[in-house]
Design a protein around this ligand. Structure first.
Ligand SMILES: NC(=O)c1ccc[n+]([C@@H]2O[C@H](COP(=O)([O-])OP(=O)(O)OC[C@H]3O[C@@H](n4cnc5c(N)ncnc54)[C@H](OP(=O)(O)O)[C@@H]3O)[C@@H](O)[C@H]2O)c1
Length: 316
């Protein structure tokens, strides 16, 4: 479709990018068309995108030539990095830098960079309320994204900085679902005290991104925070109880206990929740639900999302 503007969508077979790619492809009247970036054009998800009309391109974000080709002639790009695939903040920053430089060279008109706060602007490294990790970070998977904002700004890339939120999907895929304790009771474990946490369906991040592209220049150079809900641990447990039909409690633990769980990334996530807790007003205030709904009128509350996905949450 020669008249449509091409958006190169990274992570198009995944959660955030998939939300954006399908939002565009599902909209018959869209002014945009999708170039879906994947490492495997033969996967079921890549084939599904192709069937719906996406131009599927094979590229690894660590290959500069492939990155260049992926952006060639495009109007815009959705850039997301994949921290949990390697857990290296340095690698994540190198990827973001390469994306920003490639976007500059391709002359893209609008980029969305999926980012998070650099928590060191809130908690300096010498603040010992939480441990410093890997010598240079407080919350590595946040800090690397936040520090990477500068690559887009310094290169003069027309960018919207998208502050994402904790996925509801973590209760399905990220080991955060209800677990049975020694007393036989089901609980979810979050070190959030009684503070609320901004959350969102991962797919809705992509749908909000579509809303941002549709607004065009209005949101270039701006930071946009998005969330579908702001919920306390008790509220999460209540919604899960209603959706799953079994009593689920809230196991309120300290961030230090969470850090001590020992699975890869437990210290990073323990620090993240402590940051979410200690700066809840700021964090949630930046992620306005009404504005997110204006970008994506179909955005779901946690309870609404559970109506569709509650049966995928494994219990026990
Ligand atoms: N979990 C949360 O609550 C949360 C909240 C906010 C932000 N985040 C951030 O979200 C990011 C991950 O995004 P996501 O959840 O949308 O990812 P995802 O669902 O894991 O999808 C990633 C997709 O990207 C592709 N991919 C992976 N490595 C690639 C590479 N080297 N080159 C090209 N494509 C690659 C994969 O597709 P192919 O296999 O088809 O190539 C995969 O389908 C992380 O950085 C994380 O920190 C997570």
């Amino acid at each position: 479709m020669p008249n449509k503007k091409t958006i190169a969508v990274f992570g198009a077979t995944g959660a955030q990018g998939g939300g954006l790619a399908h939002a565009i492809l599902n909209d018959q009247n869209s002014e945009f068309t999708v170039r879906a970036i994947t490492r495997d054009a033969n996967s079921d998800k890549a084939k599904q995108l192709a069937q719906k009309g996406a131009d599927v391109i094979t590229a690894d974000i660590d290959d500069p030539n492939a990155l260049k080709k992926a952006l060639d002639g495009a109007y815009g790009a959705y850039f997301v990095t994949f921290f949990w695939a390697h857990m290296s903040p340095e690698k994540e920053m190198a990827e973001a830098k390469a994306m920003a430089q490639a976007a500059k060279e391709a002359g893209l008109k609008h980029v969305i960079w999926s980012t998070l706060e650099d928590t060191r602007e809130y908690i300096p490294l010498n603040d010992d309320r939480m441990p410093t990790l890997m010598e240079k970070y407080k919350v590595p998977h946040f800090d690397a994204k936040g520090e990477s904002n500068k690559f887009f700004t310094e290169a003069g890339v027309p960018t919207t900085f998208l502050l994402t939120s904790f996925y509801y999907d973590n209760f399905i895929y990220f080991g955060m679902g209800p677990k049975k304790g020694e007393d036989g009771k089901l609980t979810i474990t979050l070190p959030m005290g009684d503070r609320k946490l901004a959350m969102i369906a991962a797919e809705d991040i992509g749908k909000c991104a579509y809303g941002i592209f549709k607004r065009g220049e209005e949101l270039i150079g701006k930071t946009v925070g998005i969330a579908g809900d702001h919920l306390s641990g008790n509220e999460v447990a209540k919604a899960l109880t209603a959706a799953i039909g079994q009593e689920i409690g809230y196991n309120k633990i300290s961030p230090a206990i969470f850090r001590s769980f020992g699975f890869p990334g437990a210290d990073d996530l323990g620090n993240m929740f402590q940051f979410n807790h200690d700066f809840a007003d700021d964090f949630n205030g930046k992620r306005d639900i009404a504005f997110s709904k204006a970008l994506n009128p179909e955005i779901r509350s946690f309870s609404r999302w559970l109506e569709e996905y509650g049966n995928q949450i494994s219990v026990g």
